[in-house]
Ligand binder design. Sequence first.
Ligand SMILES: [Zn+2]
Length: 118
Amino acid sequence: MRAGVLDGATEAGAALRDGLRDDRVRRAERATRLTAKRVDTAMVALWRLQAFHHPDPKRTGSCTCGRTLPACGESRILEGVRQEMLDWERRNLDLLRAGERHGLPPEHPDVASGSPAR
Ligand SMILES: [Zn+2]
């Protein structure tokens, strides 16, 4: 490789440098998208689990599965990640409302109704 070919001193050098930068940006964007997809997959699993196991608003101290909260292993596991999952849900509801790609599952009430509640 000639000296100066990557420093943009020549038109070909500038094109090559831009090409390499574009390639790096594309790869970084692809990695970011893949990571976001993996987070979505994990969060959807947690969201589905918590649909069956969350504190029952009608029975203080009970899980919606019928067990007491301390007796529900699923609820105990979810407790530590619930806030993060709810934050993820809120961010994805914002994306849904903006008409952008989101990671919410098809059975999510706001996705299923086709008209997200505000
Ligand atoms: Zn439960």
